[in-house]
Structures are given as C-alpha cells and as structure tokens.
Design a protein around this ligand. Structure first.
Ligand code: SF4
Length: 432
C-alpha cells in the first residue's frame, strides 16, 4: 500500500504543501516515507523508515527552495531515481507487481542492471517499474509498455526536471488532481488538499497519463483499456472518509452502505456502535437507516496506529489488541449492533466481542459492510493471505458461533453497487 502526492507551484516554495499533502496520506502506509524535489538545477530524493512528520521535520527542509516535488508514504522504500531516455526521473508508485520475478528476469535478459542495489530487498516494485519506463522513448511509451508487461494495477507519479508525469492503470488505485491560485497538485486522495488550500479538480481517469507543469495540467495520452475496475475496498476501508474518490465522497459511500445494511437486516437494538475508526461511517448510516440510536462502545486510543497497514503480523496483532478501550457504562445490559468494514481472520472481532461479553452486553450482533473476504488482494501489498480469510475456512454460521455473536450479517455486491453508484462490472471484486 502507498500514498503518493505531487505539487507544482507557479512560483514560490512547495515544501510545506508537499510535506502536509503527503502527511495526510499517512493512513495508507506507515513503514517508509520519502520526499523528492527539483531545486538548485537538480533532482534530489530522500527516504526514511517511519512516519513523514517525524522523519521530515520542518527544520530538516528549511534550506529547500523548490517549486515542485513529489512525496510518498509506503510499505517499501520509495521514491526511486532512474536515468531514462528522456532524462532523470524520480518515481513513486502505489500498487503491486504481481509477476515481480518474471518481470525482473525479463529486465535482466534485456540488459537492465540492478548492481547499484545492495540487497534484493532494495529492488522494490518501483525499481522494476522505473526500469521498464526508462527503456522506452518517452514516459507515455513507458506506461504503455508497463500495461503490457506488468501484472497488477497502479498509480504512478514521476518527477522530472520539467514537471511531474502521472498515470493511472485500470482504476483500482486512486489518483486525483487539485488546483489553487498558486499551482497544482496530484495525490492518491483528495484528503491531501483539504488543509493545503487545493480544490479537487477531477480524478485522473483509468488509462490517462497527465503532465503537470507550472503552466497547468495536460493530458498527454489516454490509453484504450480493455476494462476499468475501481478499487471497491478504497471506499469501504482504505481511504480517508474525507476523501472524494472518483467523484464519490468516501464517508457518504460508507453511510449509504450502512443504510442499505439496516434495510437488509432490520435488527432493533439499544445501540448501534462502530468498531472505530473504520466502521464509524458505516455505523452512522446503519443507525440513520434503523430505529436504533448511534453510540460508541469503544474509544480508539488516539496514539495508536492503524492495525491493518503495518507489514508485520505481530505489529498488527498488537495494535488491534490495544487500540480500542471499552466504555463499561455503554455496554452493560445492552443489546448492541457492532458495525465494521470487513472481517479478515476474525481474531480482532473475536477479541472485541469477548470484551463486550465480559462487560455484560446482553446481545451482540455484527453487521459487516464488505461481503465475506475470500482472497488476498493481488493489487496491493495486502496483509492477508487467502488462507487467512475466515469466511473461506468455515460457513458464516460457524464463524458466528466462533465469534460468540447472536447474529452475523454481511453487505452484498448489490449494496456495493447502490452505495458507490457503479455497476459491478466496473467494481473490482476479486477479493470477495
Ligand atoms: S481485490 Fe479487493 S482490495 Fe484488491 S483492489 Fe480489488 S477490491 Fe481492492
């Protein structure tokens, strides 16, 4: 998983906008971060392990005077530099090369060298992508080639001395354009724009390649794709609720999903509560669509991290175990509907239901927005494996019993169509 961001100002320094715009993508990944700028006549890139605000304090950037740059938060070390046929570029990538080994072997056979990398771990997906693009006569040809040789999906930004190129694959990875009087921006999510003064201009369309300079945003190519698939899970879990993805406000899609669930499963209860934070808007929608009031039985501790995105399972488990604190008075003697975005292995739901039972809940019903997960996502650095998916290992009724729930219900593909406004042939549904 990754969040990528780019800023080009007509004049002035882009450092603050870029640092902040990248920071507002931190929910997408927390392992590495990087910033790259064009200043003093050259491209410069710096990467760190950790979070953007801690690793790039303002004091470290004080000497940089640049009108354009890119930034990213990622699960592997990015952005990466590459010398291409059209000059140097620095690339950041959101996606997954699922045929990594084959593509790397093909590149080696074709004369590419990876000798500059000290260990195989350093040869991340973005390195392969940079090699593919750099061999072609232009960035546009490079993206066309990438669509031929890469299995997976992507959103890419590339900083050059003349401007920022950006491209979106089949649609699973979001990419949105922003504008303000002083310049232009591009980001995985419009959340980057809210506090930096940019207004959402439009999404980069699947198959579209744009070039952003201090004079404006130009579409330099629009590739005819055999199909488009939007990343359904972005609206349900991955993206920030304040973001607008492909014209749909994320919080609004989640609330619609909750309303559809309330219609489908009319359970009366004392409380409709989310598993915070990702279940919150689904739960708000459910409460609006049902006769049961919204309240929260858990408080998410503000200083905890997201439990889905860290790359190590042990870190995820520990975060999931410790991030929620139960409110005893809201639980005791209550019939509770718990609303969450999805269930992967079921361990987190099990731990939470166990706490509710210990604190005296009368009944616990779970309503899950995303239909039962059956597969790892082939399009991102997902934390789950096929065999992790609880719904694959047992029937929903057996899962309900294992989770000590009075009822367990899921959203459907029809609910996803209604909530997103896209028909199922436009939605990626491969993980369900
Ligand atoms: S497989 Fe699932 S998680 Fe992966 S891109 Fe498709 S909808 Fe998103």
């Amino acid at each position: 998983m990754a969040g990528i961001c780019g800023v080009v100002l007509k004049e002035g320094n882009c450092v603050n906008d870029l640092r902040l715009g990248t920071f507002y993508l931190q929910h997408r990944a927390q392992d590495y971060c990087g910033l790259a700028f064009f200043y003093n006549g050259k491209l410069t890139v710096k990467t760190h392990k950790g979070l953007i605000r801690q690793q790039f304090p303002i004091s470290e950037l004080i000497d940089i005077q640049a009108n354009m740059g890119i930034g990213c938060v990622t699960t592997d070390r990015q952005p990466v530099s590459e010398l291409s046929k059209v000059g140097s570029m620095i690339l950041a990538f959101d996606g997954n090369v699922s045929n990594y080994e084959n593509l790397k072997n093909d590149l080696l056979k074709d004369g590419s060298s990876f000798s500059g990398y000290k260990s195989p771990e350093e040869i991340v997906d973005t390195v392969l992508i940079a090699k593919v693009i750099s061999k072609e006569a232009s960035f546009v040809d490079g993206i066309k080639k990438l669509l031929q040789v890469m299995k997976g999906d992507f959103a890419i930004i590339a900083l050059t001395e003349k401007g920022i190129y950006a491209a979106r694959g089949y649609g699973r990875k979001p990419l949105v354009l922003g504008q303000k009087n002083e310049g232009f921006a591009i980001s995985s999510e419009s959340n980057s724009f809210e506090n930096t003064g940019f207004k959402v201009l439009r999404d980069v369309e699947p198959g579209e390649i744009v070039f952003i300079t201090n004079e404006g945003i130009n579409t330099v190519a629009k590739i005819n794709l055999p199909f488009v698939r939007y990343g359904t899970f972005e609206w349900i879990y991955t993206a920030h609720p304040a973001s607008i993805i492909d014209g749909r406000q994320v919080s609004g899609v989640r609330a619609k999903m909750g309303k559809a669930l309330a219609r489908r499963y009319p359970i009366n209860a004392d409380i409709v509560s989310p598993i915070p934070n990702s279940g919150r808007w689904h739960a708000i929608g459910f409460a609006q669509g049902s006769k049961s009031p919204y309240s929260e039985v858990f408080v998410r501790y503000d200083y905890s991290d997201r439990s889905y995105t860290p790359s190590q399972q042990s870190v995820r488990d520990e975060e999931a175990r410790t991030k929620l604190i139960p409110i005893k008075s809201a639980i005791e003697g209550k019939k509770i509907i718990l609303v969450d975005d999805s269930i992967v292995r079921g361990t987190q739901m099990f731990n939470r239901v166990k706490i509710l039972r210990q604190y005296g809940a009368k009944e616990v019903h779970a309503v899950i927005a995303f239909p039962p997960l059956m597969h790892a996502c082939p399009y991102g650095k997902t934390t789950r494996k096929d065999k992790d998916c609880a719904a694959r290992r047992m029937t929903i009724e057996n899962l309900r019993k294992e989770l000590m729930l009075d009822s367990l219900n899921y959203g459907t593909v029809e609910d996803l169509e209604e909530a997103t406004g896209f028909s199922k042939d436009k939605l990626c549904l491969e993980c369900i």
